[in-house]
Design a protein around this ligand. Structure first.
Ligand code: SF4
Ligand code: ZN
Length: 318
């Protein structure tokens, strides 16, 4: 069914076909409804927005800057991490910088090189580890630490419905329900609510919110392109080696055959999330003895990897 007589640009899962204007209206109202439904943003905030320069984070920043223009008490600062991935991150960071300067949004950039002494590309030359494992650990570490230092009330990330469905399935496949207890549209120090998904309550953990939680990857991609947020589609060269990519491809194939599968994963997950939080409440409460960041053991994973890097560096020069 078409929305109107204008040419449709997207077909939704329910079969409805929307033109450009009706799609933009549909998408924006879905995101703002998600923000209200899960109580993601308060009346007065200094939000950090994790910006990679890809479609998800640019879409998120574009929508939050509309919100911030309507409500000046919601202040935004973009935060980007340069992992040091040749021919990839430099391009997306350029897009990120252009967007922020056009829209007058302050942007802070931190690099693995400066913060951990080595780019991801160089770390992978001396450490035998899957790229996304070390990359994810270092990036999450820096985002949390810098968000706290910069005084953000919350950190917004561009995770969409596809990302979350992948995470739920990955955790299930790896028998890691504790990691699933940290998912959801809001993760942080509000373990008592249905949407708050961090069972921890560690004071050093900056609350994370995911306003695109109920938007599919296809919807986000179309929104980014119709709003000219991206000139190009860049994908990290390491993505194909990841476990996530295997789960992503499997879920995409399954969704093609059985439309609505990803929505079903998320809807059923949201039903069990409050119980998962209760079950894992009180775990992961430690602080790293080296750096003070939240940790599940006595040392955080970032400090463990920094040590491994130091050892590998010494071995490489000896
Ligand atoms: Fe890092 Fe993996 Fe993402 Fe590339 S795909 S940016 S290596 S987490
Ligand atoms: Zn640490």
């Amino acid at each position: 069914m078409n929305c109107c007589s204008n040419k449709p640009i997207i077909e939704l899962i329910a079969g409805e076909k929307l033109c450009k204007n009706h799609f933009i209206e549909y998408f924006e109202s879905k995101v703002f409804k998600t923000i209200r439904q899960f109580d993601l943003i308060g009346k007065e905030e200094h939000l950090g927005v994790a910006l990679s320069g890809g479609k998800d984070s640019l879409t998120l920043l574009c929508l939050l800057s509309k919100l911030s223009k309507q409500n000046p008490k919601i202040k935004l600062t973009a935060i980007a991490i340069n992992e040091g991935i040749e021919n990839y991150r430099d391009k997306t960071l350029e897009t990120a910088k252009n967007f922020c300067s056009k829209n007058n949004i302050p942007l802070k950039i931190y690099s693995f090189e400066n913060e951990f002494g080595m780019s991801l590309d160089n770390a992978l030359k001396i450490l035998d580890v899957k790229p996304c494992t070390i990359c994810g650990i270092f990036r999450r570490y820096l985002l949390n630490k810098k968000s706290r230092e910069l005084g953000f009330t919350k950190l917004a990330t561009g995770h969409n419905l596809d990302d979350e469905a992948q995470s739920v399935v990955m955790n299930q496949f790896k028998n890691n329900m504790q990691a699933s207890a940290r998912l959801g549209p809001k993760a942080g120090n509000d373990a008592g609510t249905a949407s708050g998904t961090n069972p921890v309550g560690n004071k050093n953990f900056v609350q994370r919110i995911k306003p695109l939680y109920l938007c599919t990857e296809k919807e986000v991609t179309v929104y980014a392109f119709v709003n000219n947020l991206l000139d190009d589609f860049n994908e990290c060269p390491n993505v194909a080696k990841s476990y996530r990519a295997q789960v992503r491809d499997m879920l995409n194939n399954f969704e093609n055959e059985n439309p609505g599968t990803k929505y079903a994963i998320i809807n059923s997950f949201l039903q069990v999330l409050p119980d998962l939080k209760k079950r894992f409440k009180g775990e992961d409460v430690n602080s790293c003895k080296e750096c003070g960041e939240p940790a599940s053991k006595d040392k955080c994973n970032a400090c463990i990897f920094v040590e491994k890097l130091e050892k590998a560096k010494l071995k490489a020069v000896s």
